[in-house]
Design a binder for this molecule. Structure first.
Ligand code: SAM
Ligand code: SF4
Length: 337
């Protein structure tokens, strides 16, 4: 029977995000610098076999949901067959994926058969030129075709994630809400998180309350009951429902609000380091134990990370001298957003 993982503050940890690769075909301005990223050599990255072994240890420890993310998970060869093998080994595990959507068209049919819990697609703008500027390499039409292909299969609920930056897509909030309504997808706005001081800038940060004030017909949005405020990238989303149309929109305010008391997650980087908190550098390496198929050592490593989960992460807008708030493994693509 599965156990229960609880941290020192009584929080039950039943959700893990695994980064399947640090590599990506985009270079989003809020995630990575344009140049100078060195990809981690293949031998240092978890193999699918390592990840499958990890999944069985995690499910034994009481984990009920695993999200596979990256980097861009679909750029790793064999990702979809890997998802199929996870599903086969753990039919009751809730499996989710976060993607930039660029390769979805090709895989839509096959992933729709997986019974995924959710497929989160990042979409920050509906303007093709801005899309190219932000992702530095991306083709908006390709992502939109991918979203449509998945929707047509009706096999997996699609959610959309938009990171809001002041001079970039703050003016598109209403348009993105309209697009999500049209596609019947739940949209979540994400505050721009200060993970890398070379990428983050105070001038581009927009706090959640300001994002909310830009929703179309602001008076029509009612806060959803707290049980609907389920976990997300770095903390729970707060959801709002439109009292006229019934549309639901979420906001992930990891910077301006602290939801640490509700945090139920661990992260595993693509090099197999388990990290108890996104806003901290502490992590426990699991790679050696995974390669040796030493379930005891891996379990011990995970529980050690759990014991070090802080009551509250060092979130918030960094002060000028607050460089320590930035991470060592600095980009969301490396940590596994
Ligand atoms: N490549 C996939 C994608 O873009 O969806 C998965 C990995 S990406 C790191 C996961 C999520 O992190 C995306 O929704 C992305 O928008 C978000 N993200 C990356 N950097 C961020 C930052 N500095 N602040 C807030 N969200 C960020
Ligand atoms: Fe790649 Fe996702 Fe980071 Fe964009 S946010 S660079 S798509 S990992």
């Amino acid at each position: 029977m599965a156990g229960i993982m609880q941290d020192s503050f009584g929080r039950v940890l039943d959700y893990v995000r695994i980064s399947v690769t640090d590599r990506c075909n985009f270079r989003c301005i809020y995630c990575m610098p344009a140049e100078g990223i060195e990809w981690i050599p293949h031998e240092k990255i978890l193999t699918y076999e390592d990840m499958l072994f990890l999944c069985s240890i995690l499910t034994d420890l009481g984990v009920r949901k695993i999200r596979f993310t990256g980097g861009e998970p679909f750029v790793r060869k064999g990702f979809v067959p890997f998802l199929e093998s996870v599903k086969e080994a753990h039919p009751h595990l809730r499996i989710a994926v976060t993607t930039n959507g660029s390769l979805l068209e090709k895989w839509a049919e096959r992933i729709s058969g997986l019974g995924l819990d959710s497929l989160n697609v990042s979409l920050d703008t509906l303007n093709a030129e801005k899309f190219l500027q932000t992702t530095r390499t991306g083709d908006l039409q390709r992502v939109l075709r991918g979203i449509d292909a998945v929707r047509q299969t009706k096999g997996v609920p699609v959610k959309l994630n938009s990171v809001v930056m002041r001079d970039f897509n703050f003016d598109e909030i209403a348009a993105l809400v309209g697009f999500a309504a049209e596609k019947d997808a739940t949209l979540r706005f994400i505050e721009f998180m200060p993970l890398d001081k070379d990428v983050w800038s105070q001038s581009q940060f927009v706090p959640a309350e300001e994002i909310l004030s830009r929703l179309p017909d602001p008076d029509q949005w009612m806060s959803c009951p707290s049980k609907e405020n389920r976990s997300n990238i770095c903390g729970p989303s707060r959801y709002f429902r439109n009292s006229v149309t019934g549309q639901r929109v979420g906001i992930i305010s990891a910077v301006s609000d602290h939801f640490c008391h509700l945090c139920n997650r661990l992260r595993v980087t693509s090099t197999g380091v388990v990290r108890p908190c996104l806003f901290g550098n502490f992590g426990v390496p699991l790679l050696e134990g995974l390669r040796a198929k030493d379930a005891g050592a891996v379990r011990e490593g995970i529980l050690h990370a759990v014991s070090r989960k802080p009551r509250r992460g060092a979130t918030g807008v960094p002060s000028e001298e607050g460089a320590e708030a930035f991470q060592e493994e600095r980009h969301m693509s490396q940590i596994g957003g």
